[in-house]
Design a protein around this ligand. Structure first.
Ligand SMILES: C[S@@+](CC[C@H](N)C(=O)[O-])C[C@H]1O[C@@H](n2cnc3c(N)ncnc32)[C@H](O)[C@@H]1O
Length: 353
């Protein structure tokens, strides 16, 4: 029997199903290894050590432990694409095979380099035979583009659809990858902002996409969120997500251009979320207009160079001053994710004077 060292979460057997469901919804359960039952305790193998910290926050009432031990594999066949395709692709091409993939609900999204484009169907089918837990395997076609920030996909294996329900931090999000922007890599950011919101705040999410910030916030806080997006498909998905979650806050979904909506309505907000890194800088005046002193902006941008933190601080302070306001404090500045070689999606949390 083949086995391998994995991180695990362990709980008394009676909590096993509860924790299995949580891990599985968070895409943390490693289905390639067998769950171990030993002296009344279940050991569940997990995929990601870092993300395990979140388990403590979500399952805080369960007596769970985290550790590392050896697990037997469920599938005795090849474990990686390169093992499975050995002999079917020339060795220089094996080296180019994708090592990671995005996981959106029951959909796996691969990024296949141009040099392997003619083998993409084979790669997708072999990937699917290794990872049977997905129902759909897609490949990205090109980059996100246009106002709505969507891209196209090729179907490689499984069902022909781009729609699914994705779960992050217990939030159920209706996603259609081909119709509206969604990235599974922003979950920490969605949660971080939601944790900062205080009860009874009015939050305006100017570029909400399918509404992950809005759903995270409304699940946690009794806030009112106006969630705006110019893409009707994104707002239709947000409406679906509103009915999929038990919310304590309220969400008003709006299909509109954020600039026009803010100018046509008498709005006052405590917090504005501006996660549209390729376009948000054109909307700073609008955000400044609806915030009182002490109001907060979460501003996102793509920034490269040696010191992106400085570059972003200078850029956003200048934009806000041009908008007739001044910055009281930049309370957070951080790299959210890599967006290109030597470039980051950055966020700045700004408190206005
Ligand atoms: C990066 S995506 C949204 C990300 C979303 N906040 C999230 O975390 O998943 C940017 C969004 O801005 C929307 N958008 C672009 N221009 C807009 C405008 N003028 N007014 C409102 N929404 C706009 C796009 O349709 C897209 O859904």
């Amino acid at each position: 029997m083949m086995s391998s060292e994995r991180f695990y979460v362990s709980v008394p057997v009676r909590y096993g199903e509860q924790i299995r469901k949580i891990l599985s919804e968070m895409n943390l359960l490693d289905g390639d290894f067998k769950i171990i039952s030993e002296s009344g305790t279940l050991f569940l193998p997990t995929t990601n050590e870092i993300a395990l910290n979140r388990i403590h926050a979500i399952a805080k009432d369960l007596p769970l432990e985290i550790g590392r031990r050896s697990f037997e594999m469920t599938n005795q066949g090849p474990r990686t694409l390169s093992e499975a395709l050995d002999g079917r692709l020339p060795s220089e091409k094996l080296a180019l095979l994708p090592r990671a993939y995005d996981l959106v609900g029951d959909i796996a999204v691969l990024e296949i380099p141009d040099e392997l484009a003619s083998h993409s169907k084979l790669i997708g089918e072999v990937f699917h035979s290794i990872h049977r837990n997905f129902n759909v395997v897609l490949a990205k076609r090109g980059a996100v583009s246009g106002v709505t920030r969507v891209r196209q996909y090729d179907f490689l294996s499984g069902e022909e659809r781009t729609k699914t329900i994705h779960t992050e931090y217990g939030c159920r999000l209706a996603v259609d990858l081909e119709k509206a922007y969604f990235s599974p890599r922003l979950l920490e950011e969605h949660n971080r902002v939601a944790q900062l919101v205080e009860e009874n705040e009015v939050v305006i999410d100017m570029f909400c996409g399918v509404g992950p910030f809005a759903i995270h916030i409304a699940r946690l806080k009794q806030a009112q969120i106006i969630a705006i997006d110019v893409n009707p498909a994104a707002i239709a998905l947000l409406k679906e997500s509103i009915s999929l979650n038990r919310l304590v806050g309220s969400i008003i979904p709006v299909v509109a251009d954020a600039h026009e909506y803010i100018n046509d309505h008498e709005l006052h907000a405590d917090r504005v979320i501006m996660n549209h890194p390729s376009g948000a800088s054109n909307f700073i005046l609008d955000a400044c207009r609806i915030l009182e002193a002490g109001g907060i902006i979460h501003y996102y941008d793509f920034i490269g160079g040696d010191n992106p933190e400085n570059t972003l601080t200078e850029k956003i302070c200048k934009l806000i001053e041009e908008g007739g306001r001044s910055v009281k404090q930049v309370s957070t500045i951080r790299r959210v994710r890599d967006s290109a070689p030597y470039e980051y999606q950055m966020v700045a949390d700004i408190i206005l004077d």
